[in-house]
Design a protein. Structure first.
Length: 267
């Protein structure tokens, strides 16, 4: 396993996602905020003043964001605990490093997921080598991290993840649906058999997946905002994140991978 934390620890971060990133007034955010400007709800202790009421206050977008542990890594590791409020140059560098680090951490998380797949045993040496290299990059100085091209590394790691996915999904009998990047917004997929489906990057916003069978479906990058997952079976779903579940709607009958908890706002 990677020695780098891949789960967000807001208590160890200087509120970077609340400052470095921009957001626009929309259904996800109640107000506009440019990049580099602290959110008006960010306290002096770097904690959110409305954390317990984000959805009610019009900030559901904050509840589904996941930095994969990049925030505390940049704060405590790359910058040794320095505070971006100390000076403008420190702030500029921290805010530039954070989104790059976030992409590196997401790649590490995906590689860990692939390594955990029994079916991907034939790829473990390659997966471990890729993980070690990405981890090395993430441990670099601020200047070294900024020199990294995340797109290049996604291009290198992506085929490995795809091969791991194919090996895992090969156990599903019959023809598996390939809906990669498909526009399935609002689609009526009630009770659909999507076992082992390739749904990478699919737009499932507001889709009706009530009772759908998504076992071993590849959901890497799928947009599940507002998707109805009540009664759906996501057992063994590949590359499914807690952030995706937080963006969707489910219930007590929704079956989830053991590694993921049930979102508190679900019925």
């Amino acid at each position: 396993m990677s020695s780098i934390e891949l789960t967000a620890d807001c208590g160890g971060c200087a509120g970077l996602c609340c400052v470095a990133l921009p957001f626009a007034k929309s259904a996800d955010f109640a107000a506009d905020k440019p990049a580099g400007q602290p959110c008006r709800h960010l306290g002096q202790d770097f904690r959110c003043g409305i954390h317990a009421r984000l959805r009610q206050e019009g900030y559901p977008g904050c509840t589904v964001y996941d930095c994969f542990g990049a925030g505390q890594h940049v704060t405590r590791g790359t910058f040794g605990g320095r505070d971006w409020r100390q000076d403008a140059e420190t702030a500029r560098r921290m805010f530039a490093v954070f989104p790059v680090m976030r992409q590196l951490h997401e790649l590490l998380w995906c590689l860990e997921e692939a390594l955990a797949l029994d079916a991907a045993r034939p790829l473990r040496r390659e997966l471990r080598e890729a993980r070690a290299e990405v981890e090395r990059l993430s441990r670099g100085s601020a200047e070294e991290v900024l020199a990294v091209d995340p797109a290049q590394w996604r291009g290198r790691v992506g085929p490995l993840l795809e091969r791991a996915s194919e090996l895992a999904r090969a156990s599903v009998p019959g023809r598996r649906q390939r809906r990669r990047g498909a526009d399935l917004m609002g689609a009526r997929l009630h009770g659909a058999d999507l076992r082992g489906a390739d749904l990478r990057g699919a737009y499932l916003i507001g889709a009706d997946l009530h009772g759908a069978d998504l076992r071993l479906a590849d959901l890497l990058g799928a947009d599940l905002r507002g998707a109805e997952l009540a009664g759906a079976d996501l057992t063994g779903a590949l590359f499914l994140t807690r952030a995706q579940l937080d963006a969707a709607r489910g219930d007590a009958a929704t079956r989830l991978p053991e590694r993921l908890g049930r979102p508190a706002h679900w019925a």
